[in-house]
Design a protein around this ligand. Sequence first.
Ligand SMILES: [Zn+2]
Length: 678
Amino acid sequence: MQNPLATKSTLVFQAPVFDKLTDNDYKPAIEAGMKKQLEEIDAITSSAEPASFENTIVAIEKSGVDLTRAVKIFYALTGSATNDTLQAIKAELAPKLTAHGDAITLNDALFQRVKAVYDNRAAMTMDPVDARLLERYYTRFVRAGAQLDAAGKEQLKKLNEEESNLATKFQDNILKARSAAAVVVDKKEELDGLSEEAIAAAADAAKAKGQEGKWLIEIVNTTTQPVLSTLTNRALRERIFKASTSRNSSGGTDNGAIATRLAQLRAQKAKLLGFPNWAAYVMDDQMAKTPEAALKLLAGLAPAAARNAKAEAVKLQALIDRQKGGSQLEPWDWDFYSEQVRKAEYDLDEAAVKPYLNFDSVLVNGVFFAAERLYGLTFKERTDLPVYHPDVRVFDIIDTGGTVIGLFYGDYYARDNKNGGAWMDSFVDQGELLGQQPVITQNCNYVKPAAGQPCLLSFDDVTTLFHEFGHALHGMLSRQKYPLFAGTATTTDFVEFPSQINEALATDPDILAHYAKHYKTGEALPAALIAKMKNARRFNQGYMTSEYLAAALLDIEWHMLGPDAPLVTDAQAFEDAALKKYGLLNPQVPPRYKTNYFSHIWGGGYNANYYAYMWSEVLDADGCAWFAENGGFNRQNGMHFRSTVLSQGGSKESGQLFRDFAGRDARLEPLLDRRGLN
Ligand SMILES: [Zn+2]
């Protein structure tokens, strides 16, 4: 029997044939796909023809179609509807897929042909998009070390191996220390302030760890802990806070030496690859271009953020004094008192808002309505295509003029075989070269209502739906020849720009009025509630900006160490000195992650990249200002955004995409306004 993944789906837009697929089809399809792509690469390198743009660069871009098809459907499914079999296949395939990628990027014969085309580029007349495709492939090889001599390649391989092992060890230590740091509580009265559900969960957690009759407070990844906002017992708050911040700083799970060695070996890798430090290597391929540019942004925000945090601290101290608390504000008190300020000044009664946020209306009269208003798109549900779960909904994406340009799959309800959170993904990426049109997915985790009941959302849920749909639009409206540039294939510090612009539509007065209607009476969301929703955005911004900036600056400082700098021996001292330099060493406002448990940068892929959140927020805030200055979120402005940004994917440098849209570089002021930092 033919594997249903082995060939193109004959359904419209190559929609996945979920009715024919079984769990046993993925592994053979992915393995056959890898084999076939290596044969395609072999055919390129063994060609007797001299290397040309068509026979080398375009040929690489055309390779691996079977593999991509199988991998995309497989990963989408392991995220949305997984099971033990699929998880086992995923674990088995992960190292094979990494090795497969390396076999192409580290293939010297292939690089020599790419280089021959690249070195000859001045003699060719090239379309700008072709020129960028060439440049991207060449750069990808060079950044992986293709230009090194044999000794250099050997050294890089060793450093990569050590890095990978240390990163794994770092993550293991985080898991172990987080579990060991969980705080055991002997008396129920100490838990005053937690809900009955939270107390019951703490009792279950204790029981699961053999401590029946006690309560266990688990520690989450960030420095500050969610329970600190409501626990009235100050001594317990202090214990929990200290358990969090002292994680991974002693004993068998101490990550200090791992972090300092990772910083050093990344600096050595950067030197091998021709950069002064690791941050310079990473950012050379981002919109920021240099660590100095990212530092300029972050360090520029630090004084105002620190000042606002200090003003917030004064307010919290006054509250403690009014309540005759008799204590000085400590970091474990911050959330407890700021929660009281939030309740008094900003509280949005979720229960009062929810009846106005009926999912069906938010999707159709909000998200889809906004996409029509700005981009002329309409969505028509169809029920004739196979889905992997009965709750998944499929829509035709219809452009102005009535042409169907792709498919949109919405999977909105929580299931226990689905990842948490919300995200956008694709089954098929747009790319004219391969005759592909976008097949885009969106996943959320709303609680499925009982039959006949409405699915009522919180305002956070609504914001997330708009945000992820912004990523989805980036995929849907892509108009690129090459799949490499499709949709969201941009730099990390740019990719959140379209999603955050779409997020802003959730509070546009016209759009909000169109979707936020009481599910029973149809009446509009009261103005007083809308004012509270908007006001809530300024709450605690000094603290939140400061803790974020502290973490982002730590990331850059660690990764700007030069290759010849001596190994840092005291990670905590390095951290304190770095924060002091930017005026952010404030015991009341610790970094969101301390060095020893900052898994984004040591264990995950966000090294020298944590700044990207703030970088894209600058683009988003200024982008919103551009819309406001030019008449608002209307069709004309939407079509301009569509043609300059959404349809362009990664076909131009991110900075150029922004300039094409706004006619200038991004300004900082709109972000300062938004965060109350000016
Ligand atoms: Zn996003």
